[in-house]
Design a protein around this ligand. Structure first.
Ligand SMILES: Cc1ncnc2c1ncn2[C@@H]1O[C@H](/C=C/CNC(=O)c2cc(-c3ccc(F)cc3)cc(O)c2O)C[C@H]1O
Ligand SMILES: [Mg+2]
Length: 214
């Protein structure tokens, strides 16, 4: 049987990027997915918004839901301060295996912990498993119908603190209408929409940034 799309993305990184150079890994994936084979990475257009929000927040503890190939894990981890960490959740073991190799190729393995499993099962175990109080930043990029239940779960598990920033991908395409309703009509969140385009296309998409007010 042939290779998978994530395996082909890994090969493109190994062929075109420089080991230990996160920007070259990002550029290699963006080139491959724009010119050879589309894939659901947050991409370079929305990636610049992710970079600017992340730089503004400068999180010590960051969480990502939906690792896929690790493209946004690399984007996030490359901007973290020393001793800051990213925990990224992925329930598909094949995707997690590729992501681990891409993150290692970028030289960011010491800043990123990939946890395999369903977000709904893992979120309640995070405090005890990682000895953390709360997250400073959360990037939501997994199944779109899990954005609301997992946001509520993060609240209920005391994993959000006053000022935690949630950044959600794809709120227009494929869309997360329930999530937009939830964060925009909720006195506990201050939300703002960042218009952009769907990765590697001209279709409309954007990111929603929501600050938890406690
Ligand atoms: C609940 C849960 N727990 C752990 N991992 C989870 C999870 N739900 C998904 N995951 C993992 O995240 C990844 C899934 C992400 C889902 N993202 C998407 O479905 C997605 C889809 C598109 C898209 C847009 C237009 C089109 F025409 C077609 C597709 C674009 C994107 O940026 C996306 O993130 C991989 C999966 O194994
Ligand atoms: Mg996405």
């Amino acid at each position: 049987t042939g290779s998978s799309r994530p395996q082909r993305i890994l090969k493109a990184v190994q062929k075109n990027a420089t080991k230990g150079d996160p920007q070259s890994v990002i550029s290699a994936i963006d080139y491959y997915c724009r010119h050879k084979e589309w894939a659901m990475n947050v991409g370079d257009d929305k990636g610049l918004i992710l970079d600017s929000v992340l730089t503004e927040v400068n999180p010590s503890m960051a969480l990502e839901l939906g690792t896929y190939c690790g493209y946004s894990s690399v984007r996030i981890a490359r901007l973290l301060s020393p001793n800051s960490k990213l925990i990224t959740v992925e329930f598909n073991p094949a995707f997690a295996a590729i992501a681990r190799q891409i993150i290692a190729y970028a030289g960011l393995q010491d800043k990123v912990t990939i946890v395999e499993g369903a977000s709904g099962d893992l979120i309640p175990k995070m405090k005890e498993r990682f000895g953390l109080k709360s997250f400073d930043f959360v990037f939501l990029d997994h199944w779109k119908d899990r954005y609301v239940p997992d946001t509520k779960l993060l609240e209920d598990c005391g994993l959000l603190r006053k000022g935690t920033v949630l950044l959600a991908d794809n709120v227009i395409c494929p869309g997360a209408p329930e999530y937009l309703k939830y964060v925009r009509n909720n006195p506990r969140y201050e939300s703002r929409y960042y218009p952009s385009v769907l990765e590697y296309t001209k279709a409309e998409d954007g990111l929603e940034k929501s600050v938890f007010l406690g």
